[in-house]
Design a protein around this ligand. Sequence first.
Ligand code: GRF
Length: 188
Amino acid sequence: ARLAILLSGRGSNMLALVKAVQNGVLKGLAEVVVVFSNKPDAPGLELAAALGCPTAALPSQGRQRREYDAEAAALLQQYRPDFIVLAGYMRILSPAFIQPFAGRILNIHPADTRQHQGLHAYEWAFENQLPETKITVHLVDEGLDTGPIILQETVDLRGASTLEEVERRGLAVEHQLYARALAGLIKN
Ligand code: GRF
């Protein structure tokens, strides 16, 4: 399957996916056809280029959402992706983006999307001293973290006394789960 990975930030999930394609559960199943960002200076974009991935950027700053999303979708369609893989892509997608890829857009959210949506999910788990949280891979619809759940995994947070520790444990799970979820989808 052809993957387009979209990011706005540091790209640790992108890195985990590229490694899974090169040498892990996605080997022989998937290829990364483009790493795309709405932020031309995203550290994750530079990392992707260093890993040898094709990259593309289209700045979203100051752009009207519908127009931007249509343009981004058209750009991505040139790569003929089977899946659009959101990996810290900090935008809510409008129908102009979703329609051309309906049912083929995935997101990873660092909480149970039935309990927490939007930003600051690790802060939420930490501040509420949750004994565990869930990482969620889900299909993207027009809501904020609302689409059908593909796969979840629990993160044990007992004894995690700092936000950094909560994030470290959560990200370790994220970096396994996303590739596994994609492998499952591709095989079916
Ligand atoms: C991750 O926690 C992901 O779950 C959320 O945004 C963060 C992106 O981190 N959607 P990274 O850029 O992949 O390191």
